[in-house]
Write a protein that binds this ligand. Structure first.
Ligand code: PEP
Ligand code: MN
Length: 459
């Protein structure tokens, strides 16, 4: 009974199997798949229901315009990224961005990393031709390997995903518990080390320096008066000693996700493999397997919304995913591109306004702005910043509110996106182009975008 009522009519953790599925993975060795899935089901959860409920509460506050959401991380996380330095640099860039946003918006920031499970990728084509030979496309480390000799899907990689996610979450937790986010921690917060030497344009450098100086003064003042002592990280007046950092990934491999789906004491079903999951733009068919799986979850969930989303379809998807009209249950992650946002976002906002759904509106200015330059996928910082600026303005003009932002970024010094204050050119892309999927903002470009948002807040 509870399954029927709380998960939605006719829903069960495996009811998605009765629906048609896109982006499915075919495994030759079905026996091995069965034993891997059984093992995953036995392994302990990666996150707790309480943490998920805390995030849900925070996202409800975002939907009510009392907080701002920052979500970011790699397009495709690799098992290799589960390493001390990389986890630390990712955490650090997200914390520093959130500090700039907190200061700029005078609002507390909800942080969600695309991390500890962001391994599976939807692909536009299942195969690719390399030197005249057809190979399976690389679909993420939990499906196959990027190396041409490892392109056959291997169920064992699902276990790899679990253990790498668990190790990543464990290290993030220990860093936060050990004071990594404490505003007195010099390695995380040495603002003097933000010498802004990478900022080539003197006008922009002066502007950023002004923000850093004022931020610095504000922190000094807080420390002087002791306003940073104690507190409760879950409250709006967040503690200065530690912060919440939630994990998320695209819920693409439903066989995997199903194994973490448990009914809790409140009779609701939680996916305990991560805090927040989203449905990608390619897998959000109303009658498809992904929407079926997601409609039974009590976790807060995201839906990617692009130009192909019809406003009436958006209403239908919200009716399916948010039947109880829970504030902040669904985050709409819009990704149109800087040229198309003006055409589509107003209609989407109006469609949602015509319903009782109270969503979080989040702008992903990355996925509609991908282009190929010199044979590699890239994105231009100016186009990213333009889509963001337009998102802020269009929401205001439509009496709505942009509640958050979603980026593909890394704390490392890669050269995958063009522009930013270091003025990376198309020729610079080859210097340190690392991604196996979409291009990410590097450390400096990530701080640049946070500074730009701080400016939008002040417009
Ligand atoms: C992604 O977030 O990496 C992605 C594939 O996005 P979308 O579903 O919006 O295309
Ligand atoms: Mn991507």
């Amino acid at each position: 009974m509870s399954q029927e009522v709380k998960g939605g009519s006719g829903w069960a953790p495996d009811s998605w199997k009765t629906k048609s599925i896109v982006q499915d993975v075919y495994y030759e060795d079905q026996n091995k798949l069965t034993s891997v899935l059984a093992k995953l089901k036995r392994l302990p959860p990666i996150v707790s229901e309480n943490e998920i409920r805390r995030l849900k509460k925070q996202l409800a506050e975002v939907a009510e315009n009392k907080r701002f959401l920052l979500q970011g991380g790699d397009c495709a996380e690799l098992f290799d990224y589960c390493a001390q330095d990389q986890i630390e640099s990712k955490l650090k860039v997200l914390l520093q961005m959130s500090l700039i946003l907190t200061w700029g918006g005078r609002t507390s920031v909800v942080r969600i990393a695309r991390m500890a499970g962001q391994y599976a990728k939807p692909r536009s084509k299942p195969t690719e031709i390399i030197d005249g030979v057809e190979y399976n496309a690389f679909r993420g480390d939990n499906v196959n390997g990027n190396d041409l000799s490892e392109r056959k899907p291997d169920p064992e990689r699902l276990l790899g995903a679990y253990f790498h996610s668990a190790a990543t979450v464990n290290y993030v937790r220990s860093l936060l518990a050990g004071g990594f986010a404490d505003l007195h921690h010099p390695d995380s917060w040495n603002l003097e080390a933000w010498d802004l030497a990478h900022v080539r344009n003197p006008v922009i450098r002066k502007e950023y320096q002004g923000i850093v100086d004022r931020l610095h003064d504000a922190l000094d003042f807080m420390k002087t008066i002791g306003a940073d002592e104690g507190g409760n990280s879950g409250s709006v007046n967040a503690s200065m000693n530690t912060v919440d950092m939630f994990m998320s990934h695209e819920g693409l491999l439903l066989d995997y996700e199903q194994q973490f789906t448990q009914q809790s004491s409140d009779k609701k079903f939680y996916n305990l493999g991560t805090h927040f999951l989203w449905i990608g733009d390619r897998t959000r068919q109303l009658d498809g397997a992904h929407v079926e799986y997601f409609r039974g979850l009590a976790n807060p969930i995201g839906v990617k919304v692009g130009p192909s989303m019809d406003p009436a379809e958006l209403v239908r998807i919200l009716d399916i995913l948010d039947p109880d009209f829970e504030t902040g249950k669904v985050t709409l992650i819009t990704r149109y591109g800087h040229e198309k946002i003006g055409k589509y976002l107003p209609g989407h906002i109006q469609a949602v306004k015509s319903t009782k759904h109270k969503v979080v509106w989040c702008c992903d200015p990355m996925h509609g702005n991908t282009e190929t330059v010199n044979g590699v996928k890239t994105r231009r910082f100016d186009n990213i910043a333009e889509e963001l600026g337009k998102a802020f303005r269009i929401h205001t003009q439509n009496d709505s509110n942009l509640g958050g932002v979603h980026f593909e970024l890394t704390g490392d010094r890669v050269t995958e996106a063009i522009g930013g204050s270091m003025e990376l050119s198309a020729e610079d892309l080859s210097t340190n182009y690392q991604t196996f999927c979409d291009p990410r903002l590097n450390y400096e470009q990530s701080l640049d975008i946070a500074f730009s948002i701080a400016k939008f807040f002040q417009e």
